[in-house]
Design a protein around this ligand. Structure first.
Ligand code: NAD
Length: 639
């Protein structure tokens, strides 16, 4: 017998899951059949609405078919899961964005993959025994099938709580969290179905909804907000440990069962989704970055093994609650090279002009081309960049462009390029400056662009040439919401994170503050290594202690200045940049220029500027990586 029944009934397109013995778990075949039906009915005037329900009392759909995933994955076939998720996520988006009403009737368990089918519909119905949850962190995944979109929109930090603990929601809690809309006792369902089929409208359904019996979560919302507000998993765990309430103890026990890498990435996904307006597509795209890698690089196979293969319930996770490294999390969530989810529509191709195709601009422009955009470039040096057609001048390049991106050496050059191109740009186009420049120049150029009817953004980056090439930059953005909304798809291609820092100039302000910290911590790290050498402390031991103690920093943990220690860095390549000391000096000077203009006291920023100035202008620092401060200190004596 088939696992699914698809038919027309009256004015409704009907989909019934008929795999009740397996709690209606979603197989790949079922997923493909639902998608085909929805696509057919989308343009069929005989179908006024779609109704999705399931046989059996125990479950609407208790998840995806993870036994099959395991069998394929353990044999080294990761492509099966990657294809399943890709096609399933496309279906989830189709349901969320369906142009006709979709009604889902969710009795019993709706979990994981079931949420993707049931909880994105326009009218989501629960009843007395409904139990909804996102249990993915328990098997080494993240809440997926668009579940992170729902979690990101749940009130306060409820999404974090539900995603990390995998707690089950009864009917009232599911409505509170935004996973369901309507409570209708199950005895009324046959009558409702008949009315939906006959009318092709949802009025009878809406009229039948009543208030559900009280749930358990509403009274705990304030406590959830306090406990789950942390930026990182460790912060949440610490908050739970510090509380002696029964609720916190229970939540901590739940976290103790789940995969730490999955929970850390879940938090990060929710935070990223809330940085702009969450959308189901953005959620699915972020989730897919994780699930695509989950078998090979995450805990998924071990999680499934412990849960349903050996059933020992003692998974050996890769990390503990306190030791998920930021680098491990970034590796799971960085963009997938050459793999994109396709959502049933033509991609909106943009015409992009890219001015300044140097070390950073070149690879950024190529990534835009690879994602299907048309890129015209201009650089005063004659450079050939893959996928970029070159224009004879900056003015030629911007002709007809929807978005103009600049990646230039400094504020003076930016101002002079802006003077040239602003009058030639198409009204309403975005002027996206990604260079690192002084705040004043950024604000002056933004004002000039705005006066000309353009949408300016200052969006300096961190992540260096490696990040530009891999498409993993972080953008710090100043400018309007409208401008950012237009540029966001491009920022998503070139980077893995975008932070909207406020009005024009604030992106540059964030960048120079960040780099002032970086300059200071790199010097401190190098000084400490040189001191440790003289005290006879082994460098590896020094790294092992500091990278996991209160002296840890990006300079130590991710970009260690000592050759052969920590992850690969420019120190392992003879200190070839990387991030050149000259560029660090430029950024430190910008920070001191801004500090002076704002009358801010920054003595360590000033000291770092002086040291890098001497290093670059009087010593051998020019052209070397900024971490080459370590060999500089090695040879020096106190004085
Ligand atoms: P780069 O010198 O390699 O590239 C700048 C490019 O701009 C050059 O190719 C140059 O020919 C071109 N250019 C100069 N004047 C021009 C003009 N008037 N019209 C057109 N093109 C012109 O520098 P980069 O490393 O690519 O850095 C670019 C920006 O990114 C800088 O503001 C830098 O501070 C910032 N940044 C660099 C890094 C890094 O690691 N390299 C990291 C973060 C931010």
């Amino acid at each position: 017998m088939s696992d699914i029944l698809i038919r027309h009934s009256g004015r409704a397109g009907r989909i019934t899951l008929t795999r009740a013995k397996a709690l209606n778990a979603m197989s790949y075949e079922m997923c493909r059949q639902i998608e085909a039906a929805l696509l057919e009915w989308r343009d069929d005037p005989a179908v006024a609405l779609v109704l999705i329900d399931a046989e059996g009392d125990r479950a609407f759909c208790a998840g995806g078919d993870i036994a099959e995933l395991y069998a394929r994955g353990i044999a080294g076939d990761f492509a099966y899961g990657q294809t399943f998720w890709r096609d399933e996520y496309r279906l989830n988006a189709l349901i969320a964005e369906y142009p006709k009403p979709v009604v889902t009737l969710m009795q019993g368990f709706t979990m994981g993959g079931g949420v993707g089918i049931g909880c994105h519909a326009g009218h989501r119905v629960v009843c007395e025994n409904s139990q909804i949850s996102m249990p993915e962190c328990g098997i080494g995944l993240v809440p997926d099938v668009g579940g992170s979109f729902l979690l990101a929109r749940a009130p306060g930090r409820l999404g974090e709580y539900l995603g990390l603990t995998a707690a089950r929601m009864g009917p009232a809690d599911a409505i509170l969290a935004g996973f369901a809309d309507l409570y209708v006792p199950q005895a009324h369902w046959p009558g409702i179905i008949a009315a939906l089929e006959q009318d092709g409208e949802v009025d009878a359904l809406l009229a039948a909804a009543v208030t559900p019996p009280e749930g358990t979560l509403a009274v705990s919302l304030a406590e959830i907000d306090a406990l789950f507000a942390g930026e990182r998993l460790r912060d949440v765990v610490n908050a739970l440990r510090a509380s002696d309430s029964a609720f916190a103890t229970q939540a901590l026990t739940a976290l103790g069962r789940n995969a730490p890498l999955s929970m850390a990435c879940t938090l990060e996904i929710l935070h990223r989704l809330r940085q702009g307006t969450p959308s189901v597509r953005k959620a699915l795209e972020l989730e897919y970055r994780f699930t695509h890698r989950a078998m090979e690089h995450g805990d998924l196979l071990e999680g499934i093994r412990a849960a349903i293969i050996d059933k020992d319930r003692t998974p050996a996770w890769k990390h503990s609650l306190d030791t998920v490294p930021l680098t491990g999390m970034a590796a799971m969530l960085q963009p997938l090279r050459g793999v994109r989810l396709d959502f049933h529509e033509e991609k909106t191709m943009m015409n992009i002009a890219f001015i300044g195709l140097g070390n950073m601009g070149g690879p950024m422009a190529t990534n835009l081309y690879r994602a299907g955009h048309h890129v015209t470039g201009y650089d005063t040096a004659s450079v050939a960049v893959q996928g970029v057609s070159s224009a004879h001048s900056a003015v030629d390049a911007v002709d007809g462009a929807d978005v103009v991106i600049t990646m230039l050496p400094n504020g003076d050059i930016l101002r002079s390029v802006a003077n040239e191109i602003i009058p030639a740009m198409k009204p309403g186009a975005v002027f996206l400056d990604c260079s690192t420049v002084d705040v004043e120049s950024a604000r002056a150029v933004a004002a000039q662009a705005e006066a000309a009817g353009l949408l300016p953004l200052d969006a300096p980056v961190s992540g260096g040439i490696g990040g530009a090439t891999a498409g993993t930059l972080t953008f710090m953005v100043g400018g309007s919401d409208d401008a950012l909304a237009k540029a966001a798809p491009l920022l998503d291609i070139m980077g893995q994170k975008t932070v909207h820092c406020g009005a024009s100039g604030n992106g540059q302000a964030a960048k120079i503050c960040n780099n002032m910290i970086l300059g200071v911590t790199m010097i401190a790290t190098c000084e400490a290594f040189a001191l440790a050498d003289k005290l006879g402390l082994d460098r590896q031991a020094m790294f092992d202690v500091v990278s996991t103690s209160s002296g840890y920093s990006w300079s130590m943990n991710a970009y260690c200045p000592a050759p052969g220690i920590g992850p690969k860095s420019p120190a392992d390549n003879g200190y070839a940049p990387g991030f050149a000391a000259d560029l660090m000096l430029k950024d430190l000077r910008l920070s001191q220029q801004a500090a002076e203009a704002a009358d801010a006291d920054t003595p360590l920023g000033q000291a770092a500027t002086d040291l890098y100035r001497r290093f670059v202008e009087e010593e051998d620092g020019k052209g070397r990586d900024f971490s080459a401060m370590l060999p500089r200190f090695e040879g020096r004596r106190r004085g």
